[in-house]
Design a protein around this ligand. Structure first.
Ligand code: AMP
Length: 354
């Protein structure tokens, strides 16, 4: 590493992922400046400075860029135009290629399949006839329709039956672009988080085993009970994705593990991930520290896992359980400082070490 590492990190987005990256940055003596579209966001509470503005406010974005050495992001739906404005002024990591791939499910699955990372069967759909074709080619009774953009935590997707009104199934999403996916009868869901630095050195976390409640991540466990060859293959595929994309930063690849031991990639998160929150308390270098390190030009750190970990999300009213967790040994409580508790809102998490 000959270049001087960046000292001021600009973070697009004000959520808890940005907050935890900023906390990790502070330990490395790196200052964070947040750009977000609202007041009192979780990342702002721990940042040196916050710009509040729209993501298309060119003047404000330019002022933000002047204040930082390098830019990263903490959510994937950053308009590409925002990155276009900023990229003329400061380096952005991970670069736009990863966002282009991860922002659209068709681009994502096309890219994964092109580099031989298997997914469930999928098809772009526009009409009821397209859906009929999926049912007949895949010889199935049910499938999932998803919007290609802006889907998260089960939003923008619906399970449909062959006997449903297929026109209605399509029009329920307005004029949004859609894909259909074959339903995977999975044994479990896992994710691997990978960090890659500017010299191409790579470290991975996981695989992590993930349980969802109402389509929202509820519990993550590491290590998982799945057989070692599947663990190794998941890590290899995730590293492959990172190197194909020439990643500088952190990304997460989510997989289904099928009942017959196949791995099918479901989704790329172009960033740190909820399923990696346990790394703060159970590893020598967390996903957030490696995000900051790799983006700022420091070497990726080797994340030795010193404890088994089980992370539980505090969603909505779950946050009321916090008093009980605070008095438990080996239980690390993280609250995101969100003023208002709402159903489905991630308010914090706890990591229980063993
Ligand atoms: P996604 O937004 O694609 O991450 O989907 C959210 C959750 O819905 C996943 O974590 C799975 O639990 C479930 N899911 C999504 N796609 C499929 C699929 N093709 N087959 C089975 N379950 C799925």
């Amino acid at each position: 590493m000959t270049d001087k590492p960046f000292q001021t990190l600009g973070i697009l987005g004000g959520g808890q992922l940005g907050r935890m990256s900023a906390v990790a940055a502070s330990r490395l003596g790196i200052k964070c400046v947040v750009y977000t579209d609202g007041e009192d966001h979780p990342a702002s509470h721990v940042a040196a400075k916050t710009y509040v503005g729209a993501y298309d406010d060119a003047e404000k974005l330019k002022a933000f860029a002047q204040d930082v050495d390098v830019v990263t992001y903490e959510f994937e739906n950053i308009p590409l135009e925002t990155l276009e404005i900023l990229s003329k002024l400061k380096p952005i990591y991970p670069d736009h290629k990863l966002l282009e791939v991860a922002q659209n499910r068709i681009a994502e699955k096309t890219y994964l399949n092109a580099i031989s990372i298997p997914t469930t069967r999928w098809m772009k759909i526009e009409t009821a006839a397209d859906l009929k074709k999926c049912f007949s080619e895949w010889d199935c009774e049910n499938l999932i329709i998803k919007t290609t953009r802006f889907g998260y935590d089960g939003k923008g997707q619906a399970k449909i039956k062959k006997s449903d009104d297929l026109d209605k199934a399509i029009t329920q999403f307005g004029d949004q672009e859609l894909i259909a996916e074959e339903i995977v009868d999975f044994e479990c869901e896992i994710s691997v988080i990978v960090a890659r630095d500017k010299d191409g050195h790579v470290e991975t976390y996981g695989p992590v085993e993930n349980e969802h409640k109402n389509h929202i991540l509820s519990v993550s466990k590491c290590p998982t009970h799945i057989p070692s060859p599947i663990k190794v293959r998941a890590a290899v595929l995730t590293e492959k994705l990172a190197s194909e994309l020439n990643l500088r930063g952190v990304l997460t690849l989510e997989f289904f593990v099928t009942k017959d031991g196949q791995l099918l990639a479901n989704e790329i998160a172009p960033r740190t991930h909820n399923s990696g929150h346990w790394t703060i308390d159970a590893c020598t270098v967390s996903q957030f520290e490696n995000h900051v390190r790799t983006v700022c030009g420091l070497p990726v750190g080797m994340p030795i896992q010193h404890s088994n970990a089980r992370m539980i999300n505090l969603i909505g009213d779950d946050v009321e359980d916090v008093a009980g967790y605070l008095s438990q040994p080996k239980t690390c409580v993280h609250l995101y400082g969100k003023a208002e508790t709402r159903a489905g809102r991630k308010m914090g998490h706890v990591t229980i070490l063993a």
